[in-house]
Design a protein around this ligand. Structure first.
Ligand SMILES: C[S@@+](CC[C@H](N)C(=O)[O-])C[C@H]1O[C@@H](n2cnc3c(N)ncnc32)[C@H](O)[C@@H]1O
Length: 246
């Protein structure tokens, strides 16, 4: 999987500058995450897990965050370093499942469009919890596989592409099958004694429009499980970006 990202690094990164659907969606996701995270005020440290070419790291550094990032793709890390040479030492090669940072070393952690590519999601969530302190913030995105757009991708498009790429491994990797929402309960469990005290969500539509979550969308229950509410955003959006404060 990460070999494919090596080959795809520049093409994926250039998507941020494209006017097409993919560009609109990833830009909207990044903007939503920045909104969910708030201002670093020059004192807070943030880690971007699966940082890709460092677009979010750059935007967060501009917002006053001290940034670090990790990605298994050397090509992505090189891109991120070229964008943020001043932070090159903290933009490193590594996997979400084994973050090369000490416990509680970040005030916030972001992971946009990367958790769905991890080989061991539980381990990745445990690691994200480990590097966050109590009262830390996490902004995690996850494909809304339960929605109608992602349903056709998850059931028809992705399985077909996966079959083709097994024979001809070109182009962007296809996310592994995922039929459930992000298991936030696993994340909260990994946070130990910490209690969830805030969870808001941004639903990203294929058009790039963002709908901010409310009680009628995905409802995050006290135990951290997510259930679908009546809000149409939960049905039609493509990506769910959730901010969790523990
Ligand atoms: C769709 S790109 C998203 C990049 C960036 N977060 C963004 O929002 O533009 C997915 C990224 O996840 C990275 N990735 C794949 N497996 C990973 C893992 N196990 N841990 C962390 N990142 C991973 C890939 O190398 C790639 O850079």
């Amino acid at each position: 999987m990460s070999e494919l990202w090596e080959a795809e690094a520049r093409r994926y990164d250039a998507g941020y500058d494209s006017t097409g659907r993919a560009g609109r969606v990833i830009r909207a996701r990044q903007e939503a995450a920045i909104g969910l995270l708030g201002d670093g005020l020059g004192i807070a440290r943030v880690l971007d897990v699966g940082m890709g070419g460092g677009r979010l790291c750059t935007a967060l550094a501009d917002n006053g965050w001290e940034v670090a990032g990790v990605d298994p793709s050397e090509a992505m890390v090189a891109l991120a370093r070229s964008r943020l040479p001043g932070a090159a030492e903290t933009l490193v090669v590594g996997r979400a499942e084994e973050l090369p940072f000490p416990d509680a070393s970040f005030d916030a952690v972001t992971a946009l469009g990367s958790l769905e590519y991890t080989r061991d999601l539980d381990a990745a969530l445990r690691e994200i919890a480990r590097v966050m302190p109590v009262k830390g913030r996490a902004v995690l995105s996850w494909p809304n596989y339960g929605g109608l757009t992602p349903l056709w991708r998850g059931r028809v498009l992705y399985p077909s592409l996966r079959a083709i790429k097994r024979i001809l491994p070109v182009g962007r990797p296809v996310p592994p099958p995922a039929s459930l929402p992000l298991p936030l309960d696993k994340f909260l469990e990994a946070c130990g004694d910490a209690r969830l005290f805030m969870a808001i969500a941004a639903y990203i539509y294929p058009s790039g429009r963002v709908h901010w979550g409310d009680a009628d969308g995905f409802v995050i229950r006290a135990d951290g499980r997510v259930r679908r509410g009546r809000n149409p955003a939960a049905r039609f959006s493509q990506i769910l970006c959730t901010a969790v404060r523990v």
